[in-house]
Ligand binder design. Structure first.
Ligand SMILES: [Zn+2]
Ligand SMILES: [Zn+2]
Length: 379
């Protein structure tokens, strides 16, 4: 019996050429130029600012605004994000957001996730763009909302012109103004694209390999503080894959998420609105559920029979508590919905419901501490 292998995927030449044109000079001409001519503070400053503008346009615009619709942005803000996003050379908003929605829907699926981490670090980082794999086929049916957005549509129809105008226009203008066109082309142009590319790519590769999974083990996504630093807050990818419609990725005040901060500042200035946040109760629920799973695994490994029975009993109690919490939350949500419909009762219901939500939150927090203790005792 002869096995028929699928034909190898053809090269995606525009992407291959773009990566060669940015990678080779970054690794060869850039160090040579830096050694022989050097760059001054002005050039370094523009490199960092443009790198940041590109990175933020991708995280704040392409990702959280357009792919996930986690907030709404005014037209001027959308235009800025659209222009600097095109400058980052990661394809049009429409294609990027559509592909990313598929990634979330089919995460880790080797046949359907365009950058499935299950196909290896190289593939999920950059390999998926080098060839026209069937998993990467553009299918815009999941982005009809974006097709109706004139700013997104304009960028898609004129992507190459906008991308080239932003890259050459801004970079050459800076170089000409400063009197070092080649230096500007190299540092604020080529090296900036190289750095911006790989920092974004880390989210599809390393953020699915390296880090903790405090919220879910349903997929490979990880939370990683170091990656968050290089990706403008996108390193909290475990949280993001569970709660993709939250405008935040790093939800705690101490977590580094400048994209979230900038969205909040824009909201304060009237440039953004309808910022979506996952209710604290749901976040605690996810944390407790994961903790229970970890504690269970530890308890099962416990060698002492007497201790094992005691810990199992404690765990059973916590599981029952958790089921009660889940039921309480479902009831509260129903009541909140009914209260919102009944305008007359709105004021009273609102405060009463709020008080009960806070009580549930507190109870879940206490449960997290108890379950954590059980896990420690079993270790
Ligand atoms: Zn992901
Ligand atoms: Zn996402």
């Amino acid at each position: 019996m002869t096995e028929t292998r699928p034909a190898p995927a053809p090269w995606n030449w525009p992407a291959v050429i773009m990566f060669i044109l940015t990678t080779v000079p970054t690794l060869t001409v850039f160090p040579w130029y830096a050694w022989n001519f050097g760059f001054d503070a002005f050039e370094w400053l523009w490199f960092i600012l443009l790198w940041g503008a590109n990175g933020m346009a991708i995280t704040m615009g392409y990702h959280r605004l357009w792919a996930h619709r986690s907030y709404e942005a005014s037209k001027p803000l959308q235009i800025i994000l659209m222009l600097f996003g095109a400058m980052a050379l990661q394809n049009s908003i429409l294609i990027w957001a559509s592909g990313h929605r598929i990634h979330h829907r089919h995460v880790d699926d080797v046949d359907n996730d365009p950058y499935s981490a299950k196909r290896g670090l190289w593939f999920s980082h950059i390999g998926w763009m080098l060839k026209n794999y069937p998993s990467g086929t553009v299918d815009l049916r999941n982005a009809r909302d974006l097709e109706n957005n004139p700013i997104v549509k304009f960028q898609h129809d004129h992507y190459l012109s906008v991308a080239l105008a932003m890259n050459f226009g801004v970079v050459l203008a800076l170089g000409w103004w400063h009197g070092d066109v080649w230096g500007s082309l190299l540092l604020a142009g080529v090296v900036r694209i190289f750095m911006s590319h790989h920092c974004t790519f880390f989210i599809n590769s390393l953020a699915h390999y390296w880090g903790r999974r405090p919220y879910t083990t349903e997929n490979t996504a990880r939370d990683n503080d170091l990656l968050a630093f290089f990706t403008y807050g996108e390193g909290y990818h475990n949280y993001h894959h569970l709660f993709q419609w939250d405008y935040r990725n790093g939800i705690r005040w101490w977590q580094y998420d400048p994209t979230k901060w900038l969205i909040a500042i824009c909201s304060y200035l009237g440039l953004a609105r309808s910022l979506k946040r996952v209710p604290e109760v749901q976040i605690h629920q996810a944390l407790v559920e994961r903790q229970l799973q970890q504690a269970q695994e530890r308890v099962e490994r416990c060698g002492d029979a007497g201790r094992l029975a005691e810990l199992q009993h404690m765990l059973q109690q916590e599981l029952a508590h958790f089921a009660q919490h889940t039921a309480d939350w479902a009831t509260l949500q129903q009541e909140r919905l009914a209260a919102a419909k009944d305008k007359l009762m709105h004021q009273w219901e609102d405060s009463e419901l709020h008080r009960r939500v806070l009580t549930l939150e507190r109870s879940l927090r206490q449960q997290r501490r108890r379950v954590s203790r059980i896990g420690l005792q079993a270790a």
